[in-house]
Ligand binder design. Sequence first.
Ligand code: FES
Length: 128
Amino acid sequence: MPDLIINGYDVTLLVRDGETMLSAIVRSGHTYRYGCRRGGCGVCKIHLVLGEIEYERPIDPGVLTDDERVLGICLSCRAVPVTNVVIELQEGDRLRTALSSYAAAAGNSRVPGHTSPDSEKVVERKAT
Ligand code: FES
């Protein structure tokens, strides 16, 4: 199982086989800015600093450009680490504990779920 390290925070997570980065972070009791969780809005973009990910489920091609992919930007709700990875959250975003997030949401009943593998598999690498 790959490690996921979030730059700027003292957080290292274990990612389960086939698990997205977003699911691993939420499962660990943390949260950050995300939206649809289905690869369709782009709100969950993060910067892949180091490591390799793959997309096991489709993403909207209009949400993540080729230029962004080259720069290491990925959709954390669909990106599954295949090696240890180091990521950075978007500028202006911050990692929060789920408890403070839910308290801030005050009445938001959205409960994060898990994704399951699908047919599309695209591997992306970020060199050091
Ligand atoms: S949360 Fe919408 S694309 Fe990831």
